[in-house]
Design a protein around this ligand. Structure first.
Ligand SMILES: [Zn+2]
Ligand SMILES: [Zn+2]
Length: 85
């Protein structure tokens, strides 16, 4: 397992399925597309609509293209804390 990235901040979270451990399987909250209290990823950084994420369950790091550039409300549902900084 990788160590937690120094940029990992519990105040910046993203609700994206982890491609490595897929820990949202069978979670009713995640299936409804709600902001689950257990299944979220650290949002290390982002460039436009490309998110740089780290899974808190398996510490996998990956980039996720959201294509959310044009739909701001959808973007805000997936991420948390970006505007507070
Ligand atoms: Zn994972
Ligand atoms: Zn969940």
């Amino acid at each position: 397992m990788l160590p937690l990235d120094p940029q990992a901040d519990i105040g910046r979270r993203a609700w994206v399925a982890c491609p490595n451990c897929d820990d949202r399987q069978g979670c009713a909250t995640c299936e409804e597309g709600r902001t689950c209290a257990r299944h979220w990823r650290y949002l290390l950084s982002h460039t436009g609509s490309l998110l740089h994420l780290q899974c808190r369950s398996c510490t996998h790091i990956w980039d996720h293209e959201t294509h959310f550039g044009a739909t701001r409300s959808r973007w805000e549902r997936v991420t948390s804390g970006l505007r507070r900084r």
